[in-house]
Design a protein. Structure first.
Lengths: 162, 625, 367
């Protein structure tokens, strides 16, 4: 099975990666941030040339951001999730744009919404938000209610307008 | 797959011209309309008779579109709030989650969906339905789509309604194990097994936290909170919340009349949450030492004031607990050999085992309460002396005297009072049980003595022969439904709607039965007790032992004459305000002698009387050291 | 930018635009030199809003991310929650879900036909497509009471059983649509105008498609048989037979022909499901919504929506609300990198052509 082979090879090359293969057709690999891009290059060389998505999770209690790369292959149902953690205070990471070309747009989105800087990405310009001058909105310490009160305070509620 | 042949032609599009002469499938709205489907999700309808004001719809709405508004015109009933949901259609997304969670099924969606207005205020709407709102719901003939709005809706135009198979709450209760009748009638072992941890968690998960139960509980216990703590596996927190309002949870968790379960909103179309068994689970599964530790945190600094309590029933014990937590020195005077009052000497052991009662009383005593047993006021100690030694007195002596029908022959040998027999059975004394027993009375006490005698009969004779007869008709008996069912299973024969006429004797002067006549009515037009009978309809029941269980009366003989004159007593009960205060400023009363009728009311009385005593004695008490 | 270049805003207020989406074009004469996509007009912040609502309150919100095909969003959320909470869905519910998803796919493809034909100027075909889509919306109104947002597929099954006579109505609709297919072919798919306008426009090669993360019709139009319903079957797709149509050229013409073939396959799937529909319950009750905690973990599930691979990455921290919800929508890749690449060097009159053939739906990009 493709999954078993890849698992064995990763265990040999990246010895301190933590692999979880309990779920069918899914391989979850947790790896340190310095080796993440090398792992992606290795996977691409073994035929996993399809980057499906990059997600980001804000673990505020642990003070870390988690980046999850979903990698796949066109004719195989196997999906590999590469997870890596970076520090919340120094939120920067190396871009995966040299390995997968379409990582550029995902990194642009994560930069805008979480505030992580990707070195090597030439186009970290705003994607959705315009004239945004608050902290990146998808972080857990962004208070939506406070933002609404401050931005739209001129509009009275139904009770106040009576 | 073989590809469909891709052609390219400039001529074939001309074939579409044939549609020029066909009837179009569009219709000219609003002159021609099409009725919405039977499951359409439009504006809300609410049946105000069924709606309980529980507020679950407001809690589940994902857009916070529903607010509960208080309606002054609705008279609040116990167990229902006088609030009704108001919907803001600027926020509502018509997802119908509120319909799926409404426990009585009163909130529904209709097939109206048009509302056009300049004023944004008109989009905030208090839904009623055509039964109440005849002004805005018009008949189908009078309905015009050109005026359609929230104030011009069609009658009988329901759309999406609630279906019990698809609701978001679970209408089925976790069943609790009870011993089968043939087994339980052989002994006085507790008949109900408690929940296991799995069962308790599953049952605690059902509670929707709407708090209708909290309002109707006489002691206003924090029910949603302690059930949530059981689900979170935090029994410490659960027991702490319980003890804030009820110091006898081991007793109430077994024998309470559960007004909360009657008010539970899930009970409208399903089975109510098993609040009583969950309380029992929480208290049974935490060690006594841990409970004492939890509640000792609430004990305040000691005050140099002394309060005496007469009677160690539920009311007296509850007042003692709360007073001693506030720091007062409390002494209880109990006439019998063991504390507990009606809980020990009135409730049989198969419903309330002694170990549970003793544990609750032991926890109360550990807070510093002193109980003087075998001390009858008026005989072993004078009431005057008690008054001299105390700063306030709380009387909770209950109704210890049984009442009698007074029919011919009822004072002969072989006729007993249920209360006396229950006390003897509870003390472990042997009683002479007849082979055939007739019980007069249809309340809980009658069933208690009936089922206790059934067990004794089973032990002595191997079979049960008990007839129970009462004035009330079959559907109106005063006992709890569970007692009637379980008693019937154990072999009690129930004869409702009969009035006892006289005791029948055989040639040797021994009792052979009871003669009854048909009872036509119990109360007269003014509501006074005045039963009417039909003397021609006679039935005799065989029995060599007659037991009366028709009610109890108070005994105020221990009070001095001046005090009795000053107190206001109406129909045998002392008149007090909600804090147990009587006309005499240092004398407080609670329990059966004030209004009864069950243990949880007595406990609530005791708590409030403790607060009343605290207010009377003031916080000017000096602290000890 | 040379002095002969102009910057034009193919903005959200444009007749050729579908949805609220804008593109900034640098044109030199009639040819586009560079294109930059500007999404963000429909950013409602769903992923953050869903973190404040519990598991049951979230499922009415998910469908609003995609106006054209909301059922695939509901399906992917339900599948993710069922995977994390380990809920077994009854079999009849799986078949009903398949029928609903395929009807939704038909509706979405008809919507796409409307958009494309309208853009080309073939209004007759556009109105036919919208009319048949309206019949499907009538069917959904029978089923659940809402025409566009159904809020029907929930964790645990579906919210109500099929009403009386629903199966017959579906069959009648499919027969009517089937009878009309030759008219569609005559007026649109075999029309020479369509051929001249679409052939060779927006051509993408196989390597570029894979590199830029394309899914759905874009991959099937370059010859790859990539369909998640075959690779990782969900719902009742493992029990029905259907083909995955492909074409070789990779241009707008191939993509629209793939859509037409897919519609015929969808009709076949629905008919098979109606025959095989088993009896039984359709809903397994989930626990009390105010107290339901799902054990900590994460899951990535995916379905084949009408546009391509729709994925959801759901993270739970053991509480009664989701910790992080991330939707991987197909229009994100189609609408930004692929669109920008294909527009480079294209004619300005082909902007709408390329965008609609790529099947970009604006609310899916912004969420």
């Amino acid at each position: 099975m493709m999954g078993k082979e890849i698992e064995r090879e990763i265990k040999i090359l990246f010895s301190d990666a933590v692999i979880d293969s309990t779920e069918k057709n899914r391989l979850k690999i947790r790896i340190k941030k310095d080796l993440a891009i090398y792992l992606l290059e290795f996977l691409k060389s073994r035929g996993f040339n399809y980057l499906v998505a990059i997600s980001c999770v804000d673990w505020i209690k642990e003070g870390e951001f988690e980046l999850v790369y979903q990698i796949g292959k066109i004719d195989d149902p196997l999906r590999i999730m590469v997870k890596t953690r970076i520090s919340r205070d120094r939120a920067e990471f190396k871009s995966a744009i040299n390995v997968y070309k379409n990582a550029q747009t995902y990194e642009r989105e994560i930069h805008e919404l979480f505030g992580i800087r990707f070195e090597g990405n030439p186009r970290l310009i705003p994607l959705f938000l315009e004239n945004w001058n608050d902290i990146p909105p998808f972080r857990k310490d962004f208070d939506t209610r406070k933002y609404v009160k401050e931005t739209f305070e001129g509009i009275p509620t139904l009770e106040e307008s009576k | 797959m073989k590809n469909t042949a891709e052609k390219k032609s400039s001529v074939t599009p001309i074939k579409t011209l044939k549609f020029l002469f066909k009837k179009p499938i569009t219709f000219k709205f609003p002159f021609e309309t099409r009725e919405a489907s039977p499951r359409y999700r439009g504006f809300h309808l609410n049946d105000w008779e069924k709606c309980t004001g529980c507020g679950n719809c407001a809690d589940i709405c994902p857009n916070s579109a529903i607010t509960m508004i208080e309606i002054p015109e609705i008279v609040p009933e116990p167990g229902k709030k006088n609030e009704r949901p108001q919907i803001d259609y600027g926020r509502c997304c018509f997802c119908a989650l509120c319909v799926d969670i409404c426990p009585p099924g009163s909130l529904r969606l209709s097939r109206d969906y048009i509302h056009i207005d300049h004023a944004t205020d008109s989009f905030v709407y208090l839904p009623k339905d055509e039964k109440i709102d005849t002004e805005h719901f018009v008949k189908p003939e009078a309905y015009s789509i050109f005026q359609a709005s929230l104030n011009h809706r069609k009658q009988y135009f329901e759309g999406f309604i609630s279906d019990l198979n698809f609701t978001l709450f679970d209408p089925e209760r976790e069943p609790v194990e009870i011993l089968p009748a043939s087994e339980r009638v052989r002994s006085f072992i507790e008949e109900m097994k408690g929940y296991t941890e799995e069962q308790a968690k599953r049952e605690a998960l059902r509670c929707l936290e709407c708090s209708l139960c909290e309002e109707v509980c006489p002691a206003h216990m924090k029910i949603s909170d302690y059930i949530k703590a059981i689900y979170d596996e935090n029994l410490t927190e659960s027991v702490r919340k319980i003890y804030e309002d009820n110091p006898l949870p081991g007793v109430c968790g077994r024998v309470c009349t559960h007004k909360c379960e009657t008010a539970c909103s899930i009970g409208y179309r399903g089975e109510p949450v098993a609040i009583r068994w969950l309380k029992r689970y929480a208290v049974d599964n935490l060690e006594t030492g841990k409970i004492k530790e939890i509640i000792s945190i609430f004990k305040g600094p000691e005050l140099k004031r002394r309060v005496s309590i007469i009677g160690s029933g539920p009311s007296g014990l509850s007042a003692a607990y709360y007073l001693s937590l506030m720091g007062y020195q409390v002494v209880i005077y109990e006439a019998k050999a063991k504390p507990g009052g009606i809980m020990r000497y009135g409730i049989p052991k198969y419903r309330l085992p002694e170990s549970a009662l003793d544990r609750d009383i032991d926890i109360i005593k550990s807070m510093g309460v002193e109980i003087k047993l075998n001390t009858k006021v008026g005989k072993d100690i004078e009431f005057k002396k008690i008054k001299e030694e105390s700063d306030a007195v709380f009387i909770a002596t209950g109704f210890p005297e049984p009442r009698s029908t007074g029919i011919k022959g009822i004072d002969s040998e072989g006729c007993y009072q249920a209360l006396d027999l229950l006390e003897k059975i509870a003390s472990g004394e042997k009683i002479k049980v007849g082979e055939k027993v007739v019980i007069i009375g249809g309340g809980n006490v009658a069933f208690d003595i009936g089922r206790s005698l059934a067990r004794l009969q089973m032990e002595k004779f191997g079979k049960v022969n008990i007839t129970l007869t009462c004035l009330e008709k079959a559907g109106e008996m005063l006992a709890d439904q569970e007692e009637i069912e379980e008693g019937g299973e154990e072999g009690l024969v129930i004869k409702p709607g009969r009035s006892p006429k006289e005791v029948l004797f055989d040639e040797n002067g021994r009792i052979r039965g009871l003669r009854t006549v048909k009872c036509l009515s119990i109360f007269d037009e003014e509501g006074r007790f005045n039963p009417k009978v039909d003397e021609t309809d006679v039935e005799d029941y065989e029995g060599n032992m007659i037991v009366e269980a028709i009610g109890q009366a108070p005994d105020y003989s221990y009070l001095d004459k001046e005090i009795l004159d000053d107190l206001e007593i109406v129909r045998g009960r002392i008149v007090t305000d909600e804090y147990g205060r009587t006309k005499i400023p240092w004398l407080f009363a609670g329990g059966d002698i004030v209004h009864g009728p069950d243990i949880i009311h007595a406990i609530a009385d005791g708590h409030r009387a403790a607060q009343g005593i605290d207010m009377y004695l003031g916080s000017k008490s000096e602290k000890v050291n | 930018m040379s002095r002969r270049e102009l910057e034009l805003y193919f903005g959200p207020q444009h007749i050729g635009m579908v949805g609220n989406f804008s593109i900034t074009l640098s044109v030199e004469g009639d040819t586009i030199v560079e294109a930059r996509a500007n999404p963000g007009y429909l950013h409602r912040g769903f992923e953050k809003l869903m973190e404040y609502r519990n598991w049951v309150q979230n499922f009415p919100m998910v469908c609003r991310m995609n106006v054209v095909e909301p059922d695939s969003m509901e399906m992917v959320y339900a599948m993710a929650v069922e995977k994390l909470a380990e809920i077994d869905v009854p079999e009849r519910a799986q078949y009903i879900r398949t029928i609903v998803l395929e009807l939704s796919r038909l509706a979405s493809h008809l919507f796409g036909c409307w958009a494309y034909a309208n853009m080309l100027g073939l209004d007759t075909v556009a109105q036919w497509a919208m009319a048949y889509r309206d019949f499907i919306l009538d069917l959904f109104e029978e089923l659940m009471g809402g025409r566009v947002y159904h809020i029907y597929i929930c964790p645990g099954g579906v919210r109500r059983d099929l009403p009386q006579g629903f199966e017959d109505k579906v069959m009648n609709f499919l027969k009517a649509l089937g009878n009309h297919v030759p008219e569609f072919d005559a007026a649109f798919f075999n029309n020479r105008l369509f051929y001249e306008r679409a052939k060779g426009i927006g051509k993408i090669s196989r390597e570029e498609a894979i590199e830029l993360g394309a899914t759905g019709q874009v991959l099937r139009a370059v010859g790859l048989q990539y369909d998640i319903r075959k690779i990782e079957p969900y719902a009742a797709y493992a029990n029905v037979n259907f083909d995955v149509p492909t074409r070789e050229d990779g241009d707008a013409y191939s993509r629209i022909w793939v859509i037409r073939d897919e519609m015929l396959q969808s009709a076949s799937i629905i008919m098979q499901c109606l025959e095989k529909l088993p009896q039984g319950k359709v809903y397994k009750r989930t626990p009390n919504p105010f107290k339901w905690n799902i054990p900590a973990g994460d899951a990535y599930v995916r379905v084949e929506s009408s546009r391509g691979e729709l994925g959801l990455y759901l993270v739970s921290d053991g509480g009664n609300k989701p910790y992080r919800v991330h939707f991987r929508t197909p229009s994100f890749m189609h609408g930004i990198p692929i669109l920008e690449k294909l527009l480079r060097g294209a004619n300005i009159s082909d902007v709408g052509n390329i965008m609609i053939s790529l099947y970009v739906v604006a609310p899916e990009i912004d969420r």
